[in-house]
Design a protein around this ligand. Sequence first.
Ligand code: VGL
Ligand code: ZN
Length: 210
Amino acid sequence: MAHAAALIVVDVQNDFCPGGALAVPDGDGVVPVANDLMARFDHVILTQDWHPSGHGSFASYHEGATAYDVIEMPYGSQVLWPDHCVQGTDGAAFHRDLDADRAGAVIRKGRNPAIDSYSAFFENDHVTHTGLAGLLRELAVGRLFVCGLALDFCVRYTAEDGAAQGFQVTVIEDACRPIDLDSSLAATYEAFQAAGIPLIESSEVQRDPL
Ligand code: VGL
Ligand code: ZN
């Protein structure tokens, strides 16, 4: 049986859009592109960064720290972010123009106060599953198309973990925007190349690609 394809739209939330707490430059520019793409897939999954207040990835939680400092956590190094995507706030809501009703599932991540979660598959400890891989396998999905915010954080780690989980992963670059912090964008391109993850344009995505 041919493996189905799924589109994963990562973190298109108000806080990652202009005016938001952790605004990605031109973040809302992905909305029309993502909407067009969603109409081309039977399986659409959205992710939503969904932190409790006082989350361990927030600089405000660490005395003396400022946003964008990097600290060592038990699971590795962690960028400290401005408070963002706090559960139930307007900042955590999807961008109002995102066609979120198209999605069959929403994966909420970053809920554990002690561990950040960039990837839609695992928390940053690379141990704790979100359940996404199981969901995709149940749906007989073998190919993933990933887009959203931010290219060099949550899109990157979702794509890499998806590939490591055995899915065939493609990133749709014009439906992503980067933060580009300390050459994180260059590191992302290198990681994609190393993992065999191609970048394509949304115009190259056919309906129900197989
Ligand atoms: C993200 C930083 C912190 C993202 C989430 O969605 O890329 N980045 N939390
Ligand atoms: Zn976050």
